[in-house]
Design a binder for this molecule. Structure first.
Ligand SMILES: NC(=O)c1ccc[n+]([C@@H]2O[C@H](COP(=O)([O-])OP(=O)(O)OC[C@H]3O[C@@H](n4cnc5c(N)ncnc54)[C@H](O)[C@@H]3O)[C@@H](O)[C@H]2O)c1
Ligand SMILES: [Zn+2]
Length: 435
């Protein structure tokens, strides 16, 4: 494997700066609550109005949304909900009788309240509003709080429409770390969230990371990443456009090309600046390409697969002759886009799979947002008093192997009470009981 193009910037230094800054903001908000949030919203976003979006203002915003946009948001909502509901159907409650009188079960119970962050700094992330809220609702979450940074004197009207359509119960016009903290702590009349979901910039992703434990989070969904795997059958122009289209997310959005074709790698690197020349967002995309773009030339498809799995990219496109081989072989990615007909934009906006996906190699251990993230898989059991006593006898003996005599006695008591077996002198227990 050979690096044809390397990134120009070291992300480690930036990570340390953001970690410290977010730590300070969260502790300030814990100490001074809503006052601290108001200060950050004013300083960072120039916002000094109320945060909770009133019904009257929401209706005014929604009225501004053109019919075509409503229809398109409706289309995306339908696709995303269909996929999410199919996911919900794929995980079931069940119970199983493992022995006579022994029943074990699983129940999938949604969290009470989800906090959904919808980014809105550089772009109005309309689709993100659907991805999080519609998925939470498909999972059966009864109460959803959403927060999105205001753009001018309100959140984006199309975001307001999408949030309303998807069923958000409370909407906060607020962005960044302060919005994440407000949803976690239940400030400004919002219920404290049990889980925080949604993508965001490096500050937002870091705030979620630091709050994890105290509150659930979906995934580490920071600045967008994209990679293309291409062999010599791929069209260099399609590859260049696809890489640039995702680099558009922000100047810290890396894009990677893994290829076995020296010609393709050379052509793509050469044409990228020319392709971006007339894009309205070309400067952002090109800066991201310069700062973080990488091109890696591999000897074989096996080596490409290994490199790709190591990068564990958020979005992964495959433009090769042998798509089935790749689908079966690849193990680490947030979402996979197979063939030249699929591009990340399809999944980002409306095809139906979720676009809130793991970044920074988190795809090694998790997929993206899905209904399961909002569900707790709870287990239960009923061991009948006339069940085979062996269950209690084994539990008792294993407890003593571990040195836990109290645990053992909880079973010994039952063995004696229901099975007539004695392995312990029950005199004291009887005395206490009949005193
Ligand atoms: N991983 C995913 O699934 C996924 C999906 C879509 C978008 N994204 C990412 O979401 C991000 C959206 O970023 P964005 O910035 O446009 O919107 P954002 O809403 O995430 O962030 C805007 C907020 O950041 C805060 N902020 C800005 N500068 C700050 C500073 N110096 N210190 C503290 N806080 C500051 C402000 O309060 C502002 O409201 C992009 O990085 C994009 O790549 C990721
Ligand atoms: Zn994207």
């Amino acid at each position: 494997m050979k690096h044809i193009k390397q990134p120009a910037i070291d992300t480690q230094i930036e990570d340390g700066r953001i970690r410290t800054l977010v730590e300070g903001m969260l502790s300030e908000i814990r100490a001074n609550g809503e006052d601290a949030v108001r200060k950050y919203a004013a300083d960072l976003d120039g916002w000094t109005s109320d945060f909770a979006l009133s019904d009257e203002k929401k209706q005014r915003l929604i009225a501004q949304v053109p019919q075509q946009t409503r229809d398109d948001i409706g289309f995306a909502f339908k696709q995303i909900s269909r996929f999410a509901k199919a996911q919900r159907g794929s995980i079931q409650d069940f119970q199983i009788d493992t022995e006579p009188g022994v029943t074990l079960g699983q129940r999938c119970v949604p969290v009470d309240c989800a906090g959904c962050y919808i980014p809105g700094g550089r772009y109005a992330h309309v689709a993100s509003a659907l991805m999080s809220v519609a998925t939470a609702k498909a999972a059966g979450v009864p109460f959803v709080v959403a927060a999105s940074p205001p753009r001018g004197d309100a959140i984006d009207p199309s975001v307001a429409y999408a949030l309303d359509l998807a069923g958000a119960d409370v909407i906060l016009e607020m962005g960044g770390v302060q919005a994440i903290a407000s949803m976690a702590l239940g400030l400004f009349g919002a219920r404290p969230a049990d889980i925080l979901v949604g993508p965001g910039n490096a500050y937002v992703a870091e705030a979620k990371r630091q709050l994890f434990g105290e509150i659930g989070i979906d995934v580490f969904a920071g600045p967008t990443e994209s990679a293309v795997i291409a062999d010599d059958t791929a069209d260099p122009m399609t590859v260049a456009i696809d890489l640039l289209s995702q680099a558009e997310h922000g100047t810290n959005s890396p894009v990677w090309l893994f290829t076995t074709s020296p010609e393709l790698s050379e052509t793509v690197a050469r044409i990228i600046p020319k392709v971006a020349a007339d894009w309205p967002t070309g400067e952002v995309a090109l800066t991201a390409w310069e700062n973080f773009g990488e091109v890696i030339l591999c000897e074989t498809r096996e080596e490409m697969a290994a490199v790709s799995d190591r990068y564990a990219c958020e979005h992964l496109q495959v433009q090769t002759a042998d798509l089935d081989w790749w689908l079966n072989r690849l193990r680490n990615y947030g979402s996979l886009f197979l063939g030249e007909g699929s591009t990340v934009t399809h999944g980002d906006k409306c095809s139906g799979t979720n676009h809130i996906l793991p970044t920074r190699q988190a795809a090694r251990y998790t997929g993206g947002l899905n209904v399961m993230k909002f569900l707790k898989v709870l287990t239960w059991q009923e061991i009948k008093t006339d069940a085979d006593p062996e269950m209690s006898a084994v539990a008792s003996r294993l407890s003593r192997v571990e040195g836990m005599d109290g645990h053992a006695r909880a079973c010994d008591w039952r063995l004696q009470k229901f099975g007539g077996q004695t392995s312990w002198d029950f005199e004291v227990a009887h005395q206490v009981r009949y005193d």
